[in-house]
Design a protein around this ligand. Structure first.
Ligand code: 1GP
Length: 249
């Protein structure tokens, strides 16, 4: 797909908030990545994200992307946890800086090392501020994160505002894969007040009610991974899509 960013904007405008389904290339569930992606598309997902903070096998990542691409029409966007997450065959990449990391590697160095391949593979870079909330998750550990507590919306808002001033067009508020708690609507609202770009929220979302509250607070897209990987029903996914699309209409 050419111009994924404009697809996201147009879909957001015409259909309401979007569901991104995250497929871990190291997914060991009973269904293949391809099957999960197809079912996600059939139940209303607008994007398939491929990645994960501990997914470091570049060969299996490339294979997963290729398989998913052959079975869905919606865009496949890379969501890399490191330079190993930059592989050919996808439509775009969340070209992210982990703003609240304490390790410069995750803020700018991995980006410099990964950028040449983004260009070489023809991936559309979506400039994204990745902000991790809470602690104790894999991404928190791997990314050497300076913790933003769930009950400090103003801290997340500060980072999001800085992202806006630096020209990033996407913010991803992340509680971490399989997080016990999702990012709270109060925090989403505080970020929404200051950040004008495309706001993605993920981590620990498993039901339509929570997804609806997060969208009502201002998210443009929500991300769901673990629920599907663990065999969660696609009827719930369809409910989530219906709920988030109905907000603000
Ligand atoms: C993780 O935000 C995504 O990077 C999705 O989180 O796996 O908890 O749905 P879950």
């Amino acid at each position: 797909m050419k111009n994924v960013e404009s697809y996201l904007q147009t879909t957001r405008k015409n259909k309401g908030a979007l569901l991104f389904v995250l497929i871990d290339s190291e997914n060991n569930g009973s269904k293949s990545a391809q099957t999960l992606a197809k079912e996600a598309e059939n139940n209303g997902a607008s994007v398939i994200l491929v990645g994960g903070s501990s997914a470091t096998d570049q060969l299996s990542m490339a294979e997963t992307v290729k398989n998913i691409k052959s079975s869905v029409k919606i865009p496949v966007i890379l969501f890399p946890g490191n330079i190993t997450g930059v592989v050919p065959g996808a439509d775009a990449i969340l070209f992210s800086s982990l703003l609240n990391s304490e390790n410069p590697y995750f803020i700018s160095q991995a980006q410099a090392l990964g950028a040449p391949n983004v260009l070489r593979f023809g991936l559309e870079p979506l400039p994204t501020a990745y902000i991790i909330i809470g602690e104790g998750t894999t991404v928190w550990h791997v990314g050497s994160v300076r913790t933003i507590p769930f009950d400090k919306p103003s801290l997340a808002a500060m980072y999001a505002l800085s992202a806006q001033f630096m020209g990033m067009r996407f913010v991803y508020l992340e509680a971490g894969s399989g997080a016990k708690s999702n990012v709270k609507p109060e925090m989403v609202a505080a970020v929404r007040k200051l950040f004008k770009g495309f706001l993605i929220v993920g981590g620990g979302i498993r039901d339509a009610k929570t997804a609806g509250e997060i969208v009502k607070a201002g998210a443009d897209a929500i991300v769901i991974g673990t629920f599907i990987e663990k065999g969660g029903s696609f009827k719930t996914i369809a409910d989530i899509v219906k709920t988030i699309q109905s907000v603000r209409k």
